[in-house]
Design a protein around this ligand. Structure first.
Ligand SMILES: *Cc1c(COP(=O)(O)O)cnc(C)c1O
Length: 389
C-alpha cells in the first residue's frame, strides 16, 4: 500500500520486539552483539546493515532518519547531535582544500562562523552572494566552486530564495545544492523536489517543536550521504538514541503543528503589519513580502516565523523585549510557546554593525517564533509591548 509521506512519518517504525510494544522502545545501548564471528565480520565489511556501534547507527536514530527521508522525498540521510554538526559535516565530508563555497549571505550565525573562520583554515574559500539579488550569483561562480549553500526562508530576515532558479544554476555548473530547510520544515517545503541535492536541518527547532532536545539531520542523494556518514562515523557527532526517540515521536505531529503555527503566524502578521511602531514587517505568505510569489510557489504555508523592524532601532528592540509579559525571551525558535528575539543585541551582537548589515540584521529587527497558544493571547502581548516602545 503506497502511503502519503505524512502517514509514513507516523507509521514508519522500528521492527517490533517480542514484547509486541506499540510505541518504539528506547535502544539505549552503546553497541550491538553478534551470534558468531562470521556475522560480525560481515557487518564490519558492510555486507549487512546490522548495527555495530551507536556512533555509527542505532535503531532509534535510523527510525528518525527514515521518517525524515519519507517527508523530504530523499534517498538517504544521517542524523547528528545538533543542527550545526549536520551543517559542518555536510561541508567537511564534501569539500576539500582548494574548493570554493558559494554562500547566500543571510545564514545562521554559527554557520557564518564556520564558513568565515574555520573553513578557510582548511583551504576552503567562500564568496557571499546577496539573498535579494540571485541574478548576480552566476557571476560569483568560480572554476573551483563545489557547493552552493543557502537557507530559505533565511534566518532571521525571512528572505525567500527561488529554489527552482538556483537549482538550474547548480545543474549548469555541476555544483552541490545544499539547502538549510530548518525554517520551513519538510511538511511545508521540499527542497529536493526543486532540485536540491542535500537538505539539512536543525531538528532542535520545529521538528522537536517543544524545546526539549538538540538534534540535526542531513538528507539527500545517496552518494553524498554516504560521504557524510563516513565522515560522521569517524568524527563522532552521533545523535543520542534518546533524542532520536523524542524527535521521531515529534515527527508524528509535525504536519498538524506546522499548520497551526502557520495559521497563527499569518494572523499575527496581518494584525501587526500597519502598526505605527513598525517600519516594515515580513511574512512569506503576506502579499507585501518582496518574494511572496516565490513563497507561494515553493512553500505550502508561510511557516511560523514573523519578523519586523521597530522604528526606534536598537533601544526600542530592548524595550520591546522588556515589555513582553507572556512571550519567552530565549535563544530558540520553533516551540509550542511563542518566543521573541532581538538579534542585534543577542545572537548577532558579536558581529560588527557592518557585518550585521551585510547579513541583513538591522538594529530594530525583532523575530517572533509564533507558538501554539491561542492567537489572541499572543497578539495581546505583542500589541501591549509595541504600544509602549
Ligand atoms: C538553529 C539553527 C541551526 C543550528 O542548529 P542547532 O541545532 O542549534 O545546532 C542551523 N540553521 C538554522 C536556520 C537554525 O535556525
Amino acid at each position: 500500500m503506497a502511503l502519503d509521506p505524512i502517514t509514513q512519518a507516523i507509521r514508519i517504525q522500528t521492527e517490533r520486539t517480542s514484547q509486541m510494544e506499540h510505541a518504539t522502545p528506547l535502544f539505549l545501548t552503546s553497541s550491538f552483539t553478534f551470534e558468531d564471528a562470521e556475522s560480525m565480520r560481515a557487518a564490519f565489511a558492510d555486507e549487512t546493515d546490522d548495527n555495530i556501534y551507536s556512533r555509527f547507527s542505532n535503531p532509534n536514530v535510523q527510525e528518525f532518519v527514515d521518517k525524515m527521508c519519507a517527508l523530504e522525498g530523499a534517498e538517504a540521510g544521517f542524523a547528528t547531535a545538533s543542527g550545526m554538526s549536520a551543517v559542518f559535516a555536510s561541508f567537511m565530508a564534501l569539500l576539500k582544500s582548494g574548493d570554493h563555497l558559494l554562500v547566500c549571505n543571510s545564514i545562521f550565525g554559527s554557520t557564518h562562523t564556520i564558513v568565515t573562520k574555520y573553513l578557510p583554515r582548511y583551504g576552503i574559500t567562500y564568496t557571499y552572494v546577496s539573498a535579494d539579488k540571485p541574478e548576480e550569483w552566476e557571476a560569483a561562480i568560480q572554476p573551483n566552486t563545489q557547493m552552493l549553500y543557502l537557507e530559505t526562508p533565511t534566518n532571521p530576515g525571512l528572505d525567500i530564495i527561488d529554489l527552482a532558479f538556483v537549482s538550474e544554476l547548480t545543474q549548469k555548473y555541476n555544483l552541490i545544492l545544499n539547502v538549510d530547510n530548518c525554517f520551513a520544515t519538510p511538511v511545508c517545503q521540499k527542497p529536493i523536489d526543486f532540485g536540491a541535492h542535500l537538505s539539512v536541518h536543525s531538528a532542535t527547532k520545529w521538528i522537536d517543536g517543544q524545546g526539549r532536545v538538540m538534534g540535526g539531520v542531513v538528507v539527500g542523494k545517496k552518494e553524498l550521504i554516504k560521504e557524510i556518514y563516513l565522515f560522521c562515523r569517524s568524527s563522532g557527532p552521533a545523535l543520542s538514541p534518546f533524542n532520536a526517540w523524542v524527535l521521531s515521536k515529534s515527527l508524528e505531529t509535525l504536519d498538524v503543528r506546522m499548520e497551526r503555527h502557520a495559521a497563527n503566524a499569518l494572523k499575527v502578521a496581518e494584525a501587526l503589519e500597519n502598526h505605527k511602531a513598525i517600519s516594515w514587517l515580513k511574512y512569506p505568505y503576506l502579499p507585501s513580502h518582496p518574494q511572496h510569489a516565490i513563497a507561494k510557489k515553493q512553500m505550502k504555508n508561510g511557516g511560523g516565523i514573523v519578523c519586523f523592524e521597530l522604528k526606534g532601532g536598537l533601544e526600542s528592540g530592548r524595550t520591546f523585549l522588556n515589555n513582553l509579559q507572556m512571550l519567552s525571551l530565549t535563544a530558540n525558535l520553533g516551540d509550542t510557546r511563542s518566543i521573541a528575539s532581538h538579534p542585534a543585541s543577542t545572537t548577532h551582537a558579536k558581529l560588527t554593525e557592518q557585518e550585521r548589515m551585510a547579513v541583513n540584521i538591522t538594529p530594530g529587527l525583532i523575530r517572533i517564533s509564533v507558538g501554539l497558544e491561542q492567537v489572541d493571547d499572543i497578539l495581546q502581548d505583542i500589541l501591549q509591548a509595541l504600544n509602549n516602545v
